[in-house]
Write a protein that binds this ligand. Structure first.
Ligand code: SF4
Length: 436
């Protein structure tokens, strides 16, 4: 069962905004429940759909989070309970909702904050009450999403607790420490030193920072309880310990790109049917810090299922690389883009990633074999102040492995005879072309 909504088109959504991206679902939606029947940007409609919200004590909240094994949905999959437990009690904490999606292939947080903002704001309010937070910051990059969140807050009785901030739209802006730097008035790039937000975050206060979807899932958990929450997901479908639903942003060689809510544990074939995927040579899953996989129709879409196939689900970005494009040229183009995304303040980003991008360009042009690129990818791994070089290296290495046949063709003939069709987007306008 699938519902695909039309793009949201109102005068309040600026042209080209992420807020206009279609959403849909497989099975019974949780986060988007009711969004096909009423305007859930209205707080009264939201309460009518989902009922009142309780704010559990810290101990009760931690027990709920442990029971549901709720992990962050921003990519790192770190347990939310562990972040709360790690808070240093030396000052009143703050809560940060990360609605910045640096990935051009990800729009799920924008979709949540635009279509069902109170799900996210409720989750943040629950955490703020449990840890006695001083403030809740909502960080976004898209102007249309900022408008949507401000409108939603205007209708809430707890609006004075929240602040909305718009940060620059860059790949690394959504990285936790980059985001905190931006909220502190500095340039929104990862600082050179590794500090934990739970120790020293916004304004120096201990900070619980998590992804917008994580807070929306938490609000659902509080309303349903762990048993109700587990009634969907991989715990039901395949015995895997991943209850609930997950948001996937699906782009590339598909007829209907958009954000789809699915129960953890559905197979790739079901998702491919929903979005109208074309015959594909590969998938890029988990975004550009994720990796390439062969498009096995039986791939299980859960953290454990994708990990078993050698990938990472990350923040849920799924890109189909169709048969009509040159996969190696797509890989080379994205490797170059990744090299351009950092402030180049660390050695691996200043020198390693540009060299790696050039290696892959040479490979695609039939001027080199894969060995040099593989060596450079391994050399940058583990050397940066943040995970960007590791993610870029993972992207290149998994691409070379998945495209091994194409690599051999380019080595033998200089080309595979196909052009780069830009199935892997550099911008959201490319990712959702024909939609926005
Ligand atoms: S590793 Fe790269 S992206 Fe990360 S802080 Fe250093 S220069 Fe910036």
């Amino acid at each position: 069962m699938i519902t695909v909504l039309d793009p949201l088109r109102t005068a309040l959504v600026p042209a080209g905004s992420l807020a206009a991206i279609p959403v849909g679902w497989l099975g019974q939606p949780r986060l988007f429940a009711g969004a096909d029947r009423r305007d859930l940007t209205s707080y009264s409609n939201h309460l009518a759909e989902h009922g009142p919200l309780t704010t559990p004590t810290s101990a009760v909240l931690l027990a709920l989070l442990d029971a549901a094994r709720l992990t962050g949905r921003g990519g790192a999959a770190f347990p939310l309970a562990a972040k709360i437990r790690a808070l240093r009690p030396r000052a009143r904490p703050v809560v940060v909702v990360n609605g910045c999606e640096g990935e051009p292939s990800s729009a799920k947080d924008a979709a949540l904050l635009s279509r069902v903002p109170h799900q996210v704001l409720d989750g943040a309010a629950v955490v703020a009450a449990a840890v006695d937070a001083r403030r809740v910051f909502v960080a976004v990059t898209d102007p249309g999403v900022e408008v949507a969140v401000r409108r939603a807050l205007a209708g809430r009785p707890d609006r004075d607790r929240f602040e909305v901030h718009r940060l620059p739209d860059r790949f690394v802006s959504g990285e936790a420490r980059a985001l905190i730097a931006g909220l502190n008035g500095d340039v929104a790039v990862p600082p050179g030193r590794r500090t934990l937000p739970t120790d020293h975050g916004v304004g120096g206060a201990p900070t619980v920072l998590s992804n917008a979807e994580t807070f929306a899932q938490l609000a659902t958990l509080v309303r349903l309880g762990p048993d109700g929450f587990a009634r969907h997901g991989a715990s039901q479908l395949s015995g895997l310990a991943e209850p609930g639903t997950v948001l996937l942003t699906v782009t590339g060689a598909v007829r209907r790109p958009g954000v789809v809510e699915v129960p953890y544990g559905v197979e790739l074939s079901a998702l491919a049917e929903v979005v109208g995927a074309q015959p594909s040579q590969a998938l890029v899953i988990g975004g550009y810090h994720g990796g390439w996989l062969r498009p096995d129709p039986h791939l299980v879409l859960s953290k454990a299922g994708v990990a078993a196939a050698g990938g990472t689900l990350g923040a849920g970005a799924v890109m189909f690389v169709g048969d009509q494009t040159c996969g190696l040229s797509e890989l080379a183009r994205v490797a170059g883009w990744l090299a351009d995304q950092s402030a180049r303040s660390c050695g691996p980003c200043a020198f390693g990633l540009p060299a790696l991008a050039e290696d892959v360009r040479a490979l695609a042009a039939g001027r080199a074999g894969p060995a040099v690129a593989e060596r450079h990818a391994r050399m940058v791994t583990g050397r940066g102040a943040c995970g960007h070089p590791d993610g870029a290296a993972r992207f290149v290495l998994s691409g070379l492995a998945t495209l091994a046949d194409e690599v051999r063709t380019h080595q033998s003939y200089g080309s595979c005879g196909r052009a780069d069709q830009a199935h892997l987007p550099m911008t959201r306008a490319q990712a959702f072309r024909g939609v926005r």
